[in-house]
Design a protein around this ligand. Structure first.
Ligand SMILES: Cc1cc2nc3c(=O)[nH]c(=O)nc-3n(C[C@H](O)[C@H](O)[C@H](O)COP(=O)(O)O)c2cc1C
Length: 365
């Protein structure tokens, strides 16, 4: 489908032109990545089941003739059903008072509308409804971000979807393969979002070795084409990026958060359990700093942490309370230096990848 040398076996299998994979919480971004020849994957974990079907329909409308994907977080250790009230009732009063004091310290007005974090509680029942919508949507690729329930991957495959699992440890690779993953994303410590302890450079060849010939895509800390070329040299068949898209025109964000991301260097990201209860790399903010202060409580496990902080974070987003605004972001944030269209990011990545590959030619002479 393309004379481009970057169009490798994985690209041909998925019907894309270049091995750049992008995960984003905006359908406009996912669609633009696919239109530019890569594979855009819409991260749907923050959508209620009611919204999700409509979002995926709109994604298809934005990108009618190119493959696109959908990604869900499916941690298996959560309760079957969780009512928001029951989870909220289990939040310790001391934690609640501490979060209230944090809101007062930053003069955060109450939220007048909810967002995912204040309206939903993660549970198997919620996941089942999200999976229904994702599998019925007709999008070509189904990605499992955290957790690989075999029954879910089997459903996606039965619906004709390619299945991708994100893994952060060789042990997880075995589990994902046994669960039916067709393709693995080796996501290293450098990555934005929920992440494990092994660096991308160390992880990728281990996942390639564990994958039994299945394609592997490298993720975590990738912000320039030299790293895409390095990923190919490590045995991966593509690069999967999350953070860079936060700096695109198609990705609506509060201006103060955009400025924070543009200013951030790699070491301005931190791993915290304060976001969801599981270790998650985010751009540093007064929110993550507060949880590190002496006397701060320990973050609660998922889903209780979200029940504890959801209303505050919804208010911070609604009123754009700059010091507390944050987003998941990887060490790749160093390459997020301006707001530009997705197509420009794709052009730069591909140009740099080709330059990096070309620069290695003398080593073969
Ligand atoms: C803002 C943001 C949100 C993310 N949300 C998800 C998610 O919902 N599901 C998922 O599988 N991965 C998620 N990730 C991780 C990405 O899939 C990807 O592995 C990671 O961003 C790669 O590293 P990078 O951030 O350095 O590009 C998220 C990453 C970011 C930056």
């Amino acid at each position: 489908m393309s004379g481009d040398a970057l169009c490798n076996a994985l690209c041909r299998r998925l019907g894309i032109r270049v091995p750049i994979f992008g995960l984003a919480h905006r359908i406009e971004v996912a669609a633009a990545i696919s239109r530019a020849g890569g594979l855009g994957v819409y991260a749907a974990a923050r959508d209620g089941p009611d919204e999700l079907a409509g979002k995926l329909k709109a994604l298809r409308a934005l990108c009618p003739d190119r493959p696109v994907g959908v990604d869900l977080l499916l941690p298996t250790a959560l309760p079957e059903h969780s009512s928001a009230e029951a989870v909220a009732a289990a939040v310790p009063e001391g934690h609640r008072q501490w979060v209230q004091a944090l809101a007062e310290r930053h003069a955060v007005p109450p939220a007048t509308r909810g967002n995912f974090f204040s309206m939903y509680v993660r549970s198997q029942a919620l996941f089942n409804e999200q999976v229904e919508a994702a599998v019925a949507s007709g999008v070509e690729v189904f990605a499992a971000g955290v957790g690989t329930p075999p029954a879910v991957l089997a459903r996606a495959k039965a619906a004709g979807q390619h299945t991708i699992a994100l893994v952060g440890h060789p042990r997880h690779a075995q589990k994902a393969i046994a669960a039916g993953a067709d393709i693995l994303v080796a996501q290293g410590y450098d990555a934005g979002g929920h992440t494990g302890p092994i660096g991308t450079y160390t992880l990728v060849p281990q996942i390639v070795a564990a994958a039994g010939g299945r394609p592997v895509i490298a993720a975590g800390g990738i912000g320039c084409g030299a790293q895409v070329a390095a990923a190919l040299a490590l045995g991966a068949q593509g690069a999967w990026l999350g953070t860079l898209w936060l700096g695109t025109r198609e990705h609506e964000l509060p201006a103060a958060l955009q400025a924070k991301l543009i200013a951030a260097a790699s070491d301005d990201t931190v791993i915290t359990r304060a976001h969801s209860g599981k270790p998650c790399r985010v751009v540093r903010s007064a929110f993550s700093d507060a949880w590190d202060e002496v006397g701060a409580p320990d973050p609660l496990p998922m889903p209780y942490q979200q029940a504890l902080t959801g209303a505050l974070l919804a208010a911070v987003e609604e009123h754009e309370v700059a010091p507390l605004l944050y987003e998941a972001a990887g060490q790749s944030v160093a390459w997020l230096q301006q707001i530009e269209p997705v197509a420009s990011v794709m052009d730069r990545l591909l140009r740099e990848t080709r330059q990096a590959l070309e620069s290695m030619r003398p080593y073969l002479a």
